[in-house]
Ligand binder design. Structure first.
Ligand code: PLP
Length: 436
């Protein structure tokens, strides 16, 4: 294709996107960025411009774009068996379920496969309700759980709820958001009031007996909010005392993202009863999974439940290959080591730029919260928008999030090197320096 033809192809895609997709399927950037191809930690647009990818398709492409091993697994599976539905057992579905039983913590051992994180959370909520006979789910403010009716009710951010009515059986506890403590306290003198408050939430907004507590181990769309070390042990003890199950939403934090462990919850030393996952599970192929203890999974019963595409052989093959790459390339360790390096570089930026109010995260899941003033902590949402444009102009893709739209999120593929992190941080630094 000639240079001119490539350019007009790019414009045509943006134009057709506007014309034929729902407006709610929004794109990043004032002028959206159609991407033509990807390789490793890089993406390329239709002009052949290279971008260092610090967001990995929303923390999903864990082993890099078009990893040859994952591509080969999909190709081989596509030539063998593409789809039969969950009505028939296949080798890819059972092999992946066995692998998940091995790498998930505690006694998690049985899986229900679906297509997305939303469905994984839907399945987990239904399972908790069936297993306990109770209805109420405690979720968290600032959370994001997906886009179905139940998932939008679980989500703790008004912008993601659209116009839906909150379903009656979901209540929200305060977020463990230390930078903006809901109780205006400071850790550790706070006594982890956000966790202790769950007792009050259960006593005042539920029948006193609950089905479960669904929480992201690091709140992704909320702006990579990391709970303090005591949070989950306290919160889960309260939940279990009231009959509830603990559902860990590992959709963003799963598969090595937090460094040194397969799943985020392992950093808190608490074993979930149910875990949900998607995103990084298959490096970008559509797949969701709800993994539970066998005794809990069995409470789902043997009735009618089907997911036509759930556990699709190609997605399962992609997932198995991706997990193998993480193991063979030592990516849990790389995420920890390069994540620590990234964190140090971001802390250096905080020293130079007063607009950075907070740096937080774990492993290769790190964020900058931008504020107009460090004392008032007024969110700097316009600056975050501008950083998106300035980084794009410099060939760097980052993510944005947080209730106030003022958090820059960094979540590159887990096989990124320290040198590539340095290159990206330099671009981010230049973008910050370009702010008025
Ligand atoms: C923590 C979390 N849970 C659930 C979901 C929903 O996943 P999906 O978009 O695959 O439905 C998301 C998506 O961003 C998420 O971040």
């Amino acid at each position: 294709m000639s240079e001119q033809a490539q350019k007009s192809r790019s414009g045509e895609i943006v134009d057709k996107h506007r014309r034929y997709l729902f407006e709610a399927v929004f794109n990043y950037y004032e002028t959206p960025l159609p991407l033509q191809r990807g390789r490793g930690v890089h993406l390329y647009d239709f002009d052949g411009r290279e971008y260092l990818d610090f967001f990995a398709g929303i923390v999903t492409v864990n082993v890099g774009h078009c990893h040859p091993r994952v591509t080969r697994a999909i190709q081989e599976q596509a030539e063998t068996l593409q789809h039969v539905s969950t009505l028939y057992p296949t080798a890819p579905i059972v092999e992946l379920a066995e692998k998940l039983a091995q790498i998930t913590p505690g006694e998690l051992s049985k899986t229900y496969f679906t297509n997305s994180g939303t469905e994984a959370n839907e399945t987990a909520v239904l399972l908790a309700q069936l297993a306990t006979g109770a209805q109420t789910i405690v979720a968290l403010r600032h959370s994001y759980s997906g886009r179905s009716s139940v998932a939008r009710s679980l989500s703790g951010q008004s912008v993601w709820k659209m116009q839906s009515n909150q379903i009656a059986s979901v209540v929200h506890a305060p977020a463990p958001y230390c930078y903006r403590c809901p109780f205006k306290l400071t850790y550790p003198d706070c006594g982890v009031a956000c966790a202790e408050d769950i007792e009050e939430v259960v006593a005042t907004t539920t029948p006193g007996v609950i089905a479960g507590f669904l929480a992201e181990t690091i709140m992704g769309a909320g702006g990579f909010i990391v709970p303090p070390p005591e949070y989950f042990p306290i919160a889960v003890e309260i939940i279990r005392r009231h009959g509830g199950l603990f559902i860990a939403d590992e959709v963003q934090t799963g598969f090595g993202r937090t460094g040194g462990a397969w799943f985020g919850i392992e950093h808190w030393g608490v074993e979930p009863d149910i875990m949900t996952m998607a995103k990084g599970i298959a490096n970008g192929s559509p797949l969701g999974a709800t993994v539970a203890r066998a005794d809990i999974a069995d409470e789902f019963g043997g009735g009618f439940s089907i997911s036509t595409f759930g556990g699709n052989p190609m997605s399962c093959a992609a997932s198995h290959a991706s997990i193998t790459v993480i193991e063979e390339e030592g990516l849990l360790d790389n995420a920890a080591a390069v994540g620590a390096h990234l964190r140090q570089r971001l802390e250096e930026l905080r020293e130079r730029f007063p607009i950075i109010g907070d740096v937080r995260g774990m492993g290769l899941m790190q964020a900058l919260e931008l504020v107009v003033d460090r004392d008032t902590k007024e969110p700097a949402a316009d600056a975050a928008k501008q950083i998106m444009e300035e980084t794009k102009a410099r060939g760097l893709l980052v993510g944005k999030g947080g209730l106030y739209g003022n958090v820059i999120r960094v979540g590159p593929p887990l096989n990124i090197t320290a040198e590539q992190v340095d290159e990206g941080v330099e671009k981010l630094s230049a973008a910050l320096a370009a702010l008025p």
